[in-house]
Design a binder for this molecule. Structure first.
Ligand code: HPA
Ligand code: ZN
Length: 340
């Protein structure tokens, strides 16, 4: 089954590039850029990866991201992650990046976007991985800062498919960003937002109504609100769920308590994603494998989750058809009927 899950074609729709920074690369970039890390070794760093909640994690995540300085650094980060995607047959990716985590340290937004985009371009050419890039705003900062960031990205908009909203959720409701999302839509960008991870189901409603998002990142707390679940099902609004992340950040005490398969069986378009794989113990395959181990994920459910990831993606229609056909062929080769 593990081999099946690893070889299954799939899309990653919820991953923060800064969260793919493996400890070894963090140390290498720190050395390259003459930056002192407050840890003596990879072991000392990873020993600190014990998170009581989202904020505990974010404090380390921003500290780690500070080693990223040059275009080459952003290229190396993105390329290392894409090779892992390739090894797990991830055929399409829609990563987030947090420009404000870099511009606030004096790194130009063009440095960030050009390094990332070059790696995504090379992955398309060399690995056959298609991509759409999502620029995410930090919700613990104010809306003016997000608007300034959107303006700074003006020359780079052709590299960006959508805007997102991440960082500390509680106390930073989606409606705080209604204007910047409106401006982004006017620029032709799609909208997604983290909501209902630590924050309440009300934040998912707000993301839909105030920000007009076409997808919710996490959204697991929607399960507390039957009317909201009904809306997600009727409007086929995807939730990009991150199982290992939710357990590592104590949203659920154990994977056996995770509601992803309940949501799937209710008819919600849920997908499996890795969020911050370098920090949470796994990439795409490890997330699927954890569901199999602790929730008895079936092959049929795994295929449905992969099909959902293609459906929920921002890939163009031809690419979507191609991806769904790849999955069909994979299912058939394993004697499973995907359409069931
Ligand atoms: N939630 C919110 N913000 C984030 C996350 C997350 O899981 N990862 C990186 N930024
Ligand atoms: Zn996330």
């Amino acid at each position: 089954m593990n081999e099946f899950l690893n070889a299954m074609p799939k899309a990653e729709l919820h991953v923060h590039l800064e969260g793919t920074l493996e400890p070894e690369l963090m140390f290498e970039l720190a050395w390259r850029n003459g930056i002192a890390l407050p840890f003596d070794s990879v072991e000392a760093l990873t020993a600190a990866y014990q998170f009581g909640n989202l904020q505990d994690f974010l404090d380390l995540y921003y500290q780690g991201a500070a080693v990223l300085q040059t275009e080459q650094d952003f290229y190396d980060l993105t390329w290392a992650w894409l090779q892992r995607c390739h090894a797990q047959n991830v055929q399409h990716v829609e990563p987030f990046f947090d420009p404000q985590a870099h511009t606030h340290r004096g790194v130009d937004i063009g440095t960030v976007i050009s390094g990332i985009s070059q790696a995504l371009y090379d992955a398309q050419k060399q690995l056959g991985i298609s991509s759409q890039l999502i620029m995410s705003f930090l919700r613990h900062l104010d809306e003016e800062d997000a608007i300034a960031t959107l303006n700074q990205a003006e020359l780079w908009l052709e590299c960006i498919a959508a805007v997102g909203l991440d960082s500390s959720e509680q106390g930073n409701p989606p409606e705080k960003f209604a204007r910047v999302f409106e401006l982004a839509r006017q620029q032709g960008l799609r909208c997604v937002a983290h909501a209902g991870e630590e924050g309440p189901a009300a934040y998912v409603w707000q993301a839909l109504d105030s920000l007009q998002v076409s997808r919710i990142d996490h959204g697991v707390r929607a399960i507390e609100d039957p009317a909201l679940i009904q809306r997600l099902i009727e409007q086929r609004i995807p939730l990009t769920v991150c199982p290992l992340s939710n357990v590592r950040l104590q949203v659920y005490p154990h994977m056996s308590k995770h509601p992803i398969l309940t949501l799937l069986e209710q008819g919600v378009c849920v997908t499996v994603n890795s969020d911050d794989p370098a920090y949470f113990g796994g990439y795409m395959s490890e997330n699927f494998i954890a569901l199999q181990r602790d929730l008895n994920l079936t092959t049929q459910q795994a295929l449905q989750l992969a099909a959902n990831s293609f459906e929920a993606s921002f890939a163009d229609p031809e690419r979507k058809t191609q991806l769904q056909q790849q999955l069909q062929a994979f299912a058939q080769a394993h004697g499973v009927n995907l359409a069931a």
